[in-house]
Design a protein around this ligand. Sequence first.
Ligand code: FAD
Length: 303
Amino acid sequence: PFDVLVIGGGPAGASAAIYAARKGIRTGIVAERFGGQILDTLTIENFISVKETEGPKLAKALEEHVKEYPVDIMNLQRAKHLEKKGDLIEVELENGAVLKSKTVIIATGARWRNINVPGEQEFKNKGVAYCPHCDGPLFAGKDVAVIGGGNSGVEAAIDLAGITNHVTVLEFNDHLRADEILQSRLRSLPNVTVITNAATKEITGTDKVNGLTYVDRATGEEKHIELAGVFVQIGLVPNTDWLEGTLERNKIGEIIVDKKGATTIPGVFAAGDCTDGPYNQIIISMGSGAIAALSAFDYLIRN
Ligand code: FAD
């Protein structure tokens, strides 16, 4: 059996695998797509000490760093079930294989919920963005829209109002759903417009985004706004469905972990965007991957 088996090959999983392997223990990593979300990211400017890089380049660097160590890499493999049997944890893969390990670190990440309108896929990284902390500064001085009037949408709009020229918030319902304190902060900003009852129909552009068309659900009228960027903020979904009925998750499906990354199953740890830890960022995922690996090592020497 493995000493540490990591599920997920994004920043959190890669970091966990390296920290585990450096303890000289038998380490494996299973990843559906090594690199994770950063494979879909263009410019990264907040990975501290690297002024600017590109997602696929950072993903390659992650893989090369993991390969410096004797880690068993199982790429293009999807985990579908996990179960504790005696002292070992069994992880079943979609291809039917069953891997056994003394500890498991789950780092299966998350995905942004798509709005699924024409233009969204086409203009991803060309004006369609999901992360204001990451991509906000790319739209400095320009006009942007935020789709979604929940907490994350309104937080994004407040953040973007400080960087961009103007922010339009589009909410499908007839009222914003964000906490009142966020809404009142939003209303106090001079360069924000809120449009409710707005059903986004299409994100328009040529080689990059130039606007958005929506239907006013109250009148049925179709309207167009000129924009340089559209931030889709309708939720982040953790990749934890496969854990249904095993360890404890919160109401949005994030794995509940303690300060050391421990889950409700002894010997099973979790890190990165799939957990209930705050703020989903590369640097934070890597930090929590390191915590989970050190905690797994600590568990091994005590059990
Ligand atoms: P992920 O990166 O989501 O990796 C999850 C891994 O698990 C993947 O390898 C996936 O294939 C694998 N996996 C999932 N399910 C299974 C399964 N059942 N079995 C096996 N493997 C599985 N953050 C920044 O700090 N700066 C930025 O500029 C930035 N820009 C971003 C731009 C975009 C478009 C997006 C989408 C995100 C951006 N982020 C940015 C956020 C950042 O990418 C994430 O916070 C980070 O990648 C999370 O790392 P993770 O390892 O927890 O999860």
